[in-house]
Design a protein around this ligand. Structure first.
Ligand code: ATP
Ligand code: MG
Length: 578
């Protein structure tokens, strides 16, 4: 094992540690299993010799009672082992799954930009499954199979040391193909594991892009892509099965050869009277029972390897640090009073290009500031920075003079509400979606917020009203309906600072006007950052910022901006009026 793997193993062991007592009990069960299996051979020998050779009737009774008793005890020991190891496995996996979820939910936007959902899904499902299998099977192989093999070997030696020696030497030779098989299986199953992530990814793409696939008639194209991934997985899976199913017949054949050898030489000994018939049969049974443990044992390395590979992928996620987190001495941001200031802010998503370049802006309390400008000019980015979805590269954002990097994320985000450009709804009821984040809101508050967002009428017209389920990502609602629910959510949260990013873009003129009224009302006691393409929406803002290439190109009120010669705003306005 290289040092890396040792490290994974050590870390994994930490998760197993709380269950060490149970593990030791499982070891006792496994030892008992091996001992009982060996003792069965002794009974077998005694029974055959006593009953068939010596015609001892008393033995008949003893055998008739002890065989089922030993089997029952063996079964009990196996039950105990199976239950305890699975108990440990399930517990470790539950702990890890929870920890993974907690980590994933704590990570920042940049992690999700870099890692596809399918890749993440496959770690939480596939890799955890593989690890669980390893946790349950590896100790069983290492302890139960090892002890059973030893028990059989001791019994065999006790029955006939000469033949045992032959078998003992023969076994390592028989194990060679098994070890070779295990290596092949490990490689193919590793590839299969990776391929499963590709299948997830393909499926996820289809689910997300379903409408486009239909509209562009690309079902066949997607099918072929999926087929390729699916067939690749099939190939890896079959490769595993092909190699794995080879080991059984080969072992059985070798076993038969061993039995033949023993039969040939040993049979003569029995006829000579040098060896009893009971010992002979018990010996053959012992040798026969050695194969299964050896077979399992040969696989144990591949199980360890695949478990560790999965553990590595799981720990990789657990080791991710959220890019954005509270500073060690983070303070609570006091209720907003004066101003939001962007001071010399520069920012880029990637190292090579700055989206915002020495950006300066002051928004005073109660003011509404509107952002307009070409698509991609950085408007949403300005909003994302205020919520600390990303940190500025240089410069700082101050709320009431307090750098937002120095306050807790919780207290910051409590004060800022956002209606984002891409509306996010959860697969639950309308009520749940409006109250999301304000879970203690009363029914009355929810309806009030919906009314203010001009959503109450359409919600009431639905058969299930506020209990209507919106479907995944709100698929059962229209674009404008989704937008109004998301506005209601922000209204209910009632934050002092509100960001509306294209919040009314999907509304018809009439609803837009109504929502605009609501927004105007909202703006009264609030500081609002309004992002919009349609200039009609921003006309009443106290200050309009025209963004161009990460910089502020123009700023002022509507009346001032339309008078600027060659101004971007003036141009946009003329285009939109036309
Ligand atoms: N996660 C990201 N990683 C890399 N680049 C990004 C990311 N998000 C946005 N960008 C880039 O940053 C630039 C500004 O994006 P932003 O979303 O702020 O524009 P916008 O002004 O809101 O545009 P629109 O009016 O179309 O909404 C764009 O060029 C975009 O390609
Ligand atoms: Mg945008």
């Amino acid at each position: 094992m290289n040092t890396n793997k040792k490290m994974w193993f050590k870390r994994l062991f930490k998760y197993l540690k709380p269950y060490i007592a149970r593990f030791l009990i499982a070891v006792v069960f496994m030892s008992a299993f091996a001992g009982l299996a060996a003792s069965l051979l002794v009974v077998l020998k005694k029974a055959i010799d006593g009953i068939f050779v010596n015609k001892d009737f008393a033995m008949l009774g003893i055998a008739a009672v002890s065989v089922p008793v030993i089997f029952a005890l063996k079964g009990l020991a196996d039950y105990g082992r199976n239950y305890l190891l699975n108990y440990i496995g399930q517990n470790v996996i539950r702990d890890l799954r929870m920890e993974l979820y907690e980590k994933l939910i704590s990570l920042s936007h940049n992690f999700y930009v870099q890692n596809s959902s399918a890749k993440i899904m496959s770690r939480v499902t596939n890799d955890l499954n593989a690890l669980q299998t390893a946790i349950v099977k590896v100790p069983a192989s290492l302890v139960k199979d090892f002890l059973t093999f030893c028990g059989m070997l001791i019994a065999a030696f006790y029955l006939n040391w000469k033949f045992s020696l032959i078998v003992f030497i023969g076994f390592p030779i028989a194990a060679i193909p098994l070890v070779m098989f295990a290596r092949k299986i490990r490689k193919a199953s590793k590839q299969g594991q990776k391929q499963m992530a590709e299948i997830y990814s393909s499926l996820m793409q289809m689910l997300l892009g379903f409408s486009v696939i239909k509209a562009y008639n690309t079902e066949k194209h997607e099918e072929l892509k999926f087929k390729e991934e699916n067939d690749k997985f099939y190939d890896f899976a079959l490769r595993v099965i092909r190699v794995d199913s080879r080991s059984s017949p080969i072992m059985n054949f070798l076993g038969a050869v061993a039995v033949a050898v023993v039969l040939f030489f040993g049979g003569a000994d029995v006829l000579n009277g040098a060896w009893t018939a009971g010992a002979f049969f018990a010996f053959i049974a012992a040798v026969g029972q050695m194969y299964e443990p050896v077979r399992n044992f040969a696989k144990v390395n591949s199980q360890i390897q695949s478990g560790l590979a999965s553990a590595e992928r799981i720990f990789e996620v657990l080791d991710e640090e959220p890019a954005i987190k509270d500073a060690a001495d983070a303070k609570i941001l006091k209720p907003f009073e004066k101003s939001v200031v962007y001071k010399n802010v520069s920012f880029g998503y990637t190292g090579d290009k700055n989206i915002l370049d020495v950006f300066n802006l002051t928004v005073n309390r109660g003011q509404s500031v509107a952002f307009v400008g070409h698509s991609g000019s950085g408007k949403t980015t300005v909003a994302a920075l205020l919520l600390r979805f990303y940190d500025t590269l240089s410069g700082s954002i101050l709320i009431d003079g307090q750098d937002i990097k120095e306050v807790t994320l919780k207290s910051l985000r409590q004060q800022v509400g956002i209606v984002s450009q891409d509306v996010v709804l959860f697969d639950d009821s309308i009520k749940y979606n409006i109250a999301y984040g304000s879970f203690d809101a009363s029914e009355q508050d929810i309806i009030e917020a919906a009314k203010n967002a001009n959503a109450h009428d359409f919600i009431s017209a639905l058969p299930d009203g506020y209990d209507t389920l919106v479907g995944e990502r709100g698929i059962k609602l229209s674009g404008g309906e989704k937008q109004r629910i998301s506005i209601a959510r922000a209204i209910l949260k009632n934050p002092p600072i509100l960001i509306l990013d294209e919040a009314t873009s999907a509304l018809d003129s009439e609803s837009e006007k109504l929502v605009q009224d609501a927004v105007d009302k909202l703006m009264k006691n609030r500081t609002v950052i309004l992002i919009a393409h349609r200039l009609a929406t921003v006309r009443n803002a106290d200050n309009i910022i025209v963004m161009d290439n990460g910089r502020i190109a123009e700023t002022g009120r509507h009346e001032d901006l339309i008078r600027m010669e060659n101004g971007i705003y003036k141009n946009l306005n003329e285009l939109q009026v036309l």
